[in-house]
Design a protein around this ligand. Structure first.
Ligand code: NI
Length: 170
């Protein structure tokens, strides 16, 4: 396994729409292993293909360090409710902003064996799915944020909800 370079905001690859993964092969398996290693190494909870320079519809997520998920060609097939909280991104280090996302999503995707599965996700996992799947369409969280992005450790008049929310690097 290897740690890959994480592309940062301003890199044009981050605004491109990814193509589907058509079949699983050794190269893609290694890519996915590397994406997990790169994500954990950066203390992130999610990482999408374009963030490591690969314009394919796949991402990895692990919001608690115990439940690693691979999503290939994912789509959100249902969503409900909403949550507003601080969001960050490994491609925009040190910054965050409040973003409203669905509280609950139902996801359909392919797994490592290219077999379909569905997952119901709430809270941070739902947020991570929305954030990572956006990356596959070239969408970064600042375009969905309720406010300008700002440094994570900024002192200020953040309201109680924002203070309570844990900023996560997705
Ligand atoms: Ni991100």
């Amino acid at each position: 396994m290897a740690i890959r370079k994480i592309r940062e905001e301003g890199d044009p690859i981050l605004s491109k729409v990814c193509r589907p993964v058509e079949k699983m092969n050794l190269r893609t398996k290694i890519l996915i292993q590397d994406m997990f290693e790169t994500m954990y190494n950066a203390y992130g909870v999610g990482l999408a293909g374009p963030q490591v320079g690969v314009l394919r519809r796949l991402c990895v997520i692990d919001v608690d360090g115990e439940h690693p998920y691979v999503f290939i060609n994912p789509e959100i097939i249902e969503q409900s409710g909403e949550q507003t909280g601080e969001e960050g991104c490994l491609s925009i280090p040190g910054m965050c902003a409040l973003v409203t996302r669905p509280e609950h999503v139902k996801v359909r995707a392919l797994d490592l064996k290219m077999e379909p599965f569905e997952l119901e996700a709430d809270g941070l996992l739902a947020r991570a799915c929305c954030h990572e799947f956006d990356h596959l369409d070239g969408i970064m969280y600042p375009s969905r944020a309720l406010e300008p992005i700002h440094p994570v450790d900024q002192e200020g008049e953040a309201d109680a909800e924002a203070e309570a929310a844990e900023e996560e690097k997705l």
